[in-house]
Design a protein around this ligand. Structure first.
Ligand SMILES: Nc1ncnc2c1ncn2[C@@H]1O[C@H](COP(=O)(O)OP(=O)(O)OP(=O)(O)O)[C@@H](O)[C@H]1O
Ligand SMILES: [Mg+2]
Length: 245
């Protein structure tokens, strides 16, 4: 599904990604763990198509198509979704306006209002979210954890095929983390071809959503890859010890 080849990326005169390589097949779950400032969020924003970052060399291939030059909205309509590490609030745009517009932009017939309301209600119930957010501006006055849940609500409504979860677990209390992970696992069951890239500092989320591969990223590239158990090794040993091996 996703193939990143020798990707080098710069921001504000700093080289962040350095000949970065990663391949994710249909239906696979990959996790990336790595120290602060190593380029994990940069990677996720570059896959999504942020203009903040300059691609110096390399390619991003999605379903056999080079998407490196496509805009964010085109990538989104192709099925890529980024749940951001720090979701911002957007004044003046309600969650319902935003999601209905985004949903209609990816299907030939606009969704009927009644069907949209039903979809929203059932998905918010699944996520144990308060109903009144529908008519509130995006993330306005929301707590950190509520913002993370809102990202997952967007996934459930927009139905992407490739999902990046950039520290979706940070800010979630234990119950909310379980609910969010249960929702994502149910989504995977219903859409088995969906691939997921989980960026995290904690192995706990990986106990719920079991990855096929765990990558350790240091200084702009993947330096070591293992299976599910590698996450616990990282937890135990820390990055610096593993880098020195
Ligand atoms: N827009 C930007 N302008 C300037 N520097 C940036 C920008 N975006 C990222 N950086 C720098 O790039 C480096 C990588 O940042 P990034 O957010 O990708 O790290 P990260 O691996 O996600 O870290 P964390 O685990 O703390 O979330 C950092 O040194 C950061 O300061
Ligand atoms: Mg980050």
């Amino acid at each position: 599904m996703l193939k990143i080849e020798d990707l080098s990326v710069k921001v504000a005169d700093h080289n962040i990604l350095k000949e970065f390589n990663l391949s994710i097949a249909d239906g696979e779950v990959h996790a990336i763990m790595g120290p602060n400032g190593t380029g994990k969020s940069t990677l996720s924003k570059v896959i999504m198509g942020s203009h903040e970052y300059e691609i110096l060399s390399g390619k991003i291939i999605f379903n056999d198509e080079d998407i490196s030059a496509l805009d964010v909205d085109e990538r989104s309509r192709k099925g890529i979704f980024l749940a951001m590490q720090t979701p911002i609030s957007i004044e003046g745009v309600t969650n319902s306006e935003f999601l209905r517009t985004a949903l209609n932009a990816r299907q030939s017939e606009p969704i009927a209002l009644f069907d949209f309301i039903k979809t929203m209600e059932s998905n918010m119930k699944d996520l144990d979210m308060k109903n009144d957010i529908v008519h509130k501006a995006i993330n306005e006055g929301s707590s950190g954890g509520e913002r993370k849940k809102n990202e997952v609500l967007q996934i459930k409504v927009l139905k992407p095929s490739f999902i990046i979860l950039d520290e979706v677990d940070s800010g979630l209390d234990v119950d909310s983390l379980r609910i969010v992970c249960e929702n994502i696992n149910k989504y995977r069951q219903e859409n088995p071809n969906t691939s997921i890239l989980i960026i995290t500092h904690y192995s706990r989320i990986l106990e719920y959503i079991k990855p096929d591969y765990v990558h350790m990223m240091v200084d702009g590239k993947i330096v070591k890859t293992g299976d599910y158990n590698f996450a616990f090794e990282i937890d135990k040993s820390g990055y610096s010890e593993l880098v020195n091996e």
